[in-house]
Design a protein. Structure first.
Length: 72
């Protein structure tokens, strides 16, 4: 009986590790705050530096970076 419980525990541990590794890989593929900030700043400059569209610049930069990483 103890052997059966040990095998079940071992299988759970391995599957939990596999899941967390997959999550870590996904997190590494996401653009960092700094990368998004730089891309948003370049969008701001490219549109002439007008104020009031900072969130638009941020979201557009974030979407473009995620799309680019997803296509790789």
């Amino acid at each position: 009986m103890a052997k059966k419980n040990l095998d079940t525990t071992r299988r759970r541990s391995i599957s939990d590790t596999a899941r967390s590794t997959a999550g870590d890989d996904e997190a590494r593929r996401q653009p960092t705050h700094g990368v998004i900030a730089e891309a948003a700043y370049h969008r701001y400059l490219n549109r002439g530096g007008g104020h009031g569209r900072d969130l638009d610049d941020w979201f557009e930069a974030e979407r473009a970076l995620r799309d680019r990483q997803a296509s790789q």
